[in-house]
Design a protein around this ligand. Structure first.
Ligand code: ADP
Length: 194
């Protein structure tokens, strides 16, 4: 199996790049944001709860997110591997991910961290708001809150993978296809190392 954590601040291009990684490596895409949004659309209990945090730019509580993701992982009996997009976003989530991958006798092989300046992030998110219909993209205060939460709670998760020599920093500026090539190179390096 090949398990990749795609990491980066809101607007870094995780969703776009996930599509290219899936196509290339045949992985199962698990985006916590997408799963929450599907639940909001379906007006499930989980969706109603998640919405109350997402609309404010806050993280959905760990216990909710972790159990939701674990269920998703176990839905796939024999996958080529997973790409985790938007997860883990806290240290508790990183620990939980290791624990439930261990139950499947596997591990995270690489964290690919997309780096983009805050100024560029703000611009991209406001632009995305024009087509995404996402309330959290349309409001500058919510955008700033998401960036602040990222810096405070999520950025430290990188150290968790740095300590395991699984961290790969990727320049997230430039052509989408050029960035994909950078990601593919990092995946190939990780695969030969593991
Ligand atoms: P972005 O990376 O652009 O913020 P996402 O779709 O990944 O977009 O996430 C949207 C929102 O969903 C987040 O601001 C947060 O409220 C919630 N969310 C997504 N993933 C997680 C997670 N792993 N833990 C807690 N909340 C999450």
């Amino acid at each position: 199996m090949l398990n990749i954590v795609l990491f980066g601040p809101p607007g870094a291009g995780k969703g776009t790049q996930s599509e290219n990684l899936i196509r290339k490596y045949g992985l199962v895409h698990l985006s916590t944001g997408d799963i929450f949004r599907a639940n909001i659309k379906g007006q499930t209990e989980l969706g109603i709860l998640a919405k109350s945090f997402m609309d404010k730019g806050e993280l959905v509580p760990d216990h909710v997110t972790i159990s939701m993701l674990e269920q998703e992982v176990h839905k796939h009996s024999n996958p080529e591997g997973f790409i985790f997009d938007g997860f883990p976003r806290t240290s508790a989530q990183a620990n939980a991910l290791d624990a439930f991958l261990a139950k499947k006798h596997t591990t995270v092989h690489a964290m690919l961290a997309l780096e983009v300046s805050e100024e560029e992030l703000r611009e991209r998110l406001l632009n995305r708001a024009k087509t995404s219909g996402r309330a959290d993209d349309a409001n500058v205060e919510v955008i700033q809150k998401r960036i602040d939460v990222y810096n405070r709670e999520t950025a430290p998760v990188a150290s968790y993978y740095k300590n395991q020599n699984k961290y790969h920093r990727i320049d997230g500026l430039g052509d989408i296809t050029v960035i994909s090539e950078r990601l593919f190179d990092a995946v190939n390096t990780a695969v030969t190392q593991s």
